[in-house]
Design a binder for this molecule. Structure first.
Ligand SMILES: N[C@@H](CCC(=O)N[C@@H](CS)C(=O)NCC(=O)O)C(=O)O
Length: 202
C-alpha cells in the first residue's frame, strides 16, 4: 500500500492526496510534523534526507519526495499529464512556476499568518514583500485562466492540481481573490470535478 508521510493542512501534501484520489490509487497516511520534531528524527531522515513533507513510500519500498515530482511520477502515462509534447512542457512550466514564484510567496504568507510558531517572522516588510510577490503570481495565473479553462493544454492536469492547492487557501494568507475572476471560475471548476476531495478529507 502506498504510504504518504504528510501534514494534513499542508498544501504540498494535499496535492499528492488529490492526484491519488483522481487516479483512484489507494493509499494510507502517516502524520509527520516539524511541530513534534518528527521530520528531524533519524527514522524519517532515512526515508527522506531533506526532512520535508510530502514523502511517499512506493509499493516497492522506494521513497520519493518533493510534491511536484510525486505528482509527475503518478501522472505519467495518465490523462493528468498531457500527451502532446508542447502541452506537457507547459504543464512542467506551471509546476516550476508554482515552486519558484507562487508557493514561496502564497504558501509562506499563509504559514506566517496561521501558525503561531511562525508569527515572529511575520514582519511588516516581509509580509508586504510576500503580498506583492503573491499578487504577481496570481496575475500570471489570471492571464491564462481569464481566457482558458485549464492551465496546460485543453484538459485538467497535474498543473491544475499543483496550483490549486495553495491558491484555494490564499485568502488565509491575506490575498484577495475578488480581483481575479478567472481564477475564481477555475477554482470552482476544479472543485466540481469527480474525484476531487477537500483538504480536510482523510
Ligand atoms: N518544495 C517542497 C516543499 C516541502 C516543504 O517545505 N514541506 C513542509 C510542509 S508544506 C515541511 O516539510 N515542513 C516540515 C519541516 O520543515 O520540518 C515540496 O514541494 O514538496
Amino acid at each position: 500500500m502506498l504510504t504518504l508521510y504528510q501534514q494534513q493542512d499542508s498544501g504540498n501534501c494535499y496535492k499528492v492526496r488529490l492526484v491519488l484520489k483522481h487516479l483512484r490509487r489507494p493509499f494510507r497516511t502517516v502524520a509527520v510534523s516539524s511541530l513534534d520534531g518528527s521530520t528531524r528524527r533519524p527514522e524519517f531522515l532515512a526515508k527522506n534526507p531533506i526532512g520535508k513533507l510530502p514523502t511517499i513510500r512506493l509499493d516497492d519500498g522506494r521513497f520519493l519526495a518533493k510534491s511536484n515530482a510525486i505528482l509527475l511520477y503518478f501522472a505519467t502515462a495518465t490523462p493528468l499529464l498531457p500527451a502532446d509534447a508542447y502541452d506537457r512542457a507547459k504543464a512542467y512550466e506551471w509546476l516550476f512556476f508554482e515552486q519558484y514564484s507562487h508557493e514561496p510567496a502564497i504558501a509562506v504568507r499563509r504559514a506566517l499568518s496561521v501558525y503561531p510558531e511562525r508569527r515572529a517572522d511575520a514582519t511588516g516588510a516581509r509580509m508586504a514583500q510576500l503580498l506583492e510577490a503573491g499578487n504577481r503570481a496570481l496575475a500570471v495565473m489570471e492571464t491564462r485562466l481569464g481566457a482558458a479553462d485549464w492551465l496546460a493544454g485543453e484538459a485538467f492536469s497535474v498543473a491544475d492540481i499543483s496550483l490549486y492547492a495553495y491558491t484555494h487557501m490564499a485568502d488565509q494568507g491575506g490575498y484577495d481573490l475578488a480581483g481575479f475572476p478567472g481564477i475564481g471560475r477555475w477554482l470552482r471548476r476544479v472543485a466540481s470535478l469527480q474525484g476531487h476531495v477537500s483538504i480536510d478529507a482523510v
